[in-house]
Design a protein. Structure first.
Length: 277
C-alpha cells in the first residue's frame, strides 16, 4: 500500500487543468447532528478537500461569519472529542481528505500528544493552525510526522520570499495562500482578484515543493476561476457558511447547499445542463 496520503494522491490524480476545491465548514455548524450528512452532500457536489473548523471563542484570523458559526457550534457543545467522532462517522462512507483547522489554544489544552493520536485514530489527514508559524512549535511538526498528519502552513502578501521558501519546506499536503491581509470574509471577490496577481506570481516562484490553494474572499465561480488561474485550486469558507445561514433550517437546505457548491466549482453550466437536457 502507498505511503502517500489522501491529499498528495488527490493532487497527483487530478486531470488536466482541473482546479481543486477545498471547502471550510465549522464542525457542528449549523447543527452537529447534520454535519455528517452535510459533508456527504458537499463531497457529492464537488468538494475535493474538507477543512473542518475546530470552533474557538477567540479566532484571530476569522471575520464575523466564521466567528458566528463558531459561536453556534460551541453553544451546541461541539468540542474536539465530538469532532473526532464526526470524522469517524464521515469515514464510514467517505474518503474525502479532511483537514482540521483551528487555533493552538484548544489543542494545547487538550494535550498535544492526545490530540494528534486521536486525530490519527479518527483518520484525519491534515492540520492547519494559522497562529502557529513554522518553527515555533517543533513538537507539533514532530507529532505530524509521527502520525502521518500533513502540516499545512499559510503564506500571505506580507510574507517575504525567503520565508515563503521556508514555509514551503515545512509544509506537506499543500500551501494555503491567503490572498489578502486581514480576516476572512471581509473582501469582495473582484477586490481580491485585482490585488492577487502579482502576489501569486511571487508565490509560484518561491513555493515549488507543494501545490498551492488560494483562499479568502472567494464568493462565486467567477471569483474562484479568476483568483486561482495560476494556482492548483481554491478555498471557500465564509461564502459557504453565509449561504447556509441564509437558508437553514428551511426545506431541503442540505440539497440547496449542494447546488450552491456545484455552481461554485463548475459555474452556471451545471444549471444550464439541468434546465436544457
Amino acid at each position: 500500500m502507498s505511503n502517500k496520503g489522501r491529499i498528495e494522491r488527490l493532487f497527483e490524480t487530478r486531470t488536466g487543468h482541473e482546479k481543486i476545491m477545498s471547502l471550510f465548514l465549522t464542525a457542528g455548524y449549523p447543527d452537529p447532528s447534520e454535519t455528517v450528512a452535510l459533508v456527504r452532500e458537499l463531497e457529492t457536489s464537488g468538494a475535493d478537500i474538507l477543512e473542518l473548523g475546530m470552533p474557538f471563542s477567540d479566532p484571530l484570523a476569522d471575520g464575523p461569519t466564521i466567528q458566528y458559526a463558531s459561536k453556534v457550534a460551541l453553544e451546541q457543545g461541539v468540542n474536539l472529542d465530538s469532532i473526532f467522532g464526526m470524522i469517524r462517522e464521515i469515514r464510514k462512507t467517505s474518503q474525502i481528505p479532511i483537514v482540521l483547522m483551528g487555533y493552538i489554544n484548544p489543542v494545547l489544552q487538550y494535550g498535544l500528544d492526545a490530540f494528534f493520536r486521536k486525530a490519527k485514530a479518527s483518520d484525519a489527514d491534515g492540520i492547519i493552525l494559522p497562529d502557529v508559524p513554522p518553527g515555533e512549535f517543533p513538537e507539533i511538526e514532530d507529532l505530524c510526522r509521527k502520525h502521518g498528519i500533513d502540516s499545512i502552513h499559510l503564506v500571505a502578501p506580507n510574507t517575504s520570499d525567503s520565508r515563503m521558501q521556508e514555509i514551503d519546506r515545512a509544509s506537506r499536503g499543500f500551501v494555503y495562500c491567503v490572498s489578502v491581509t486581514g480576516v476572512t470574509g471581509t473582501r469582495e471577490g473582484d477586490e481580491v482578484s485585482r490585488s492577487v496577481s502579482g502576489f501569486i506570481q511571487r508565490v509560484r516562484k518561491n513555493v515549488t515543493r507543494n501545490p498551492v490553494l488560494v483562499g479568502f474572499g472567494i464568493r462565486s465561480h467567477a471569483d474562484a476561476m479568476a483568483v486561482s488561474s495560476e494556482t492548483d485550486g481554491f478555498i471557500v469558507g465564509s461564502a459557504l457558511i453565509d449561504y447556509i445561514r441564509g437558508i437553514y433550517p428551511g426545506p431541503d437546505w442540505i440539497k440547496k447547499t449542494g447546488d450552491f457548491v456545484r455552481e461554485l466549482k463548475y459555474g452556471s453550466q451545471i444549471r444550464e445542463k439541468s434546465t436544457h437536457p
